[in-house]
Design a protein around this ligand. Sequence first.
Ligand code: NPG
Length: 369
Amino acid sequence: MKLEAVELIRLNVPLKSAFRTSFSSVNLHQVVWAHVITDQGEGWAECGANERPDYSNEYHTGAMDVLKQFILPDLFRLGDDLTAEAVAPTLEWIKQHRMAKAVIETAILDAQLRGENKSLATYLGSTKTRVPSGVSVGIMDSLDELMGYVDGYINEGYVRIKLKIEPGWDYEPVKLVRETYGDDLLLQVDANTAYTRNDFDLLKRLDEFNLLLIEQPINEEDVLGHAKLADYIETPVCLDESIVSADIARDAIELGAAEIINIKPARVGGYIEAKKIHDVSVANGIPVWCGGMLETGIGRAANLALAAMPGFTLPGDTSASSRYFETDLTEPFVLKDGHLEVPTGPGIGIDPIPEIIERFAVSREWIRG
Ligand code: NPG
């Protein structure tokens, strides 16, 4: 396969409601897509980088810059030797920049699989035809507002609720949701690194609510701190931001810091590395689930293929299109009986709708080899 041209598209997609985490509040899903043209056909992928370096060190302009200056020239230079599997080894010399690497590897993988008439789910060895959907509920201005959203999502059929927490918005909202819906509700929390090693007693108070897990409570670089916390509290500690590769996952598991892992392909450099994290987790008896970054249908389709792998035993942040957007950029993903169907078509199994790209695109730029 040969890479002929790449289109980088910046999109501003309105969210139905603001999404607030311990690191930001957004009304728009501002996102970069890669659209690749190869001699075997085209491919699409969504970049995980936020507009600002608030979730990870990557951000749009930076991701586009490293793509244009270093990543794409190297991939054009591969000529006919381009395969999705060759992308990571070719780019290994470039330190980090995993979200930028992931978007191009995924778009190339999409083109490759479309050419082979094979779905991403089949490529990954996925076994399920549908996956259970959880929903991530942002930090709200009041408990009433929170309960309005939680109630709505439960009525729609979401099988698991994740509450975003931060100091000052933790014990009370979790208590209220647990007491309102009882012990059968699958409930977990996500701190996005908002706590410190000094907060262990505060986090221990959450033990009384029988949570599925607490996600990334402290700094992503403090893996040892997570191991100490995992010893101290009953709630299983799940890592997100800390797990940027299969090697780090292996080490965090051995250290006792990762009792559960949230896998986001964008964060780890793509679906091939994500599969390795799945495999190392399964080999060690560690459950995994698929995270989300408010993806449009293009990113969601690929995540569903991953979430259908056998080790994904917990519901993911793979919600329906309607949880985020009035208008998605693909055919919308619809919740059926608390599940989303895994696409079966070639590649990621779904196409963007050109008129909707036009509506939300703020810039489109072609780079040719
Ligand atoms: O349903 O896609 C979703 C959102 C899930 O909470 C969610 N994502 O920290 O995991 C996270 C958070 C996030 C959103 C992270 C945007 C990065 C960007």
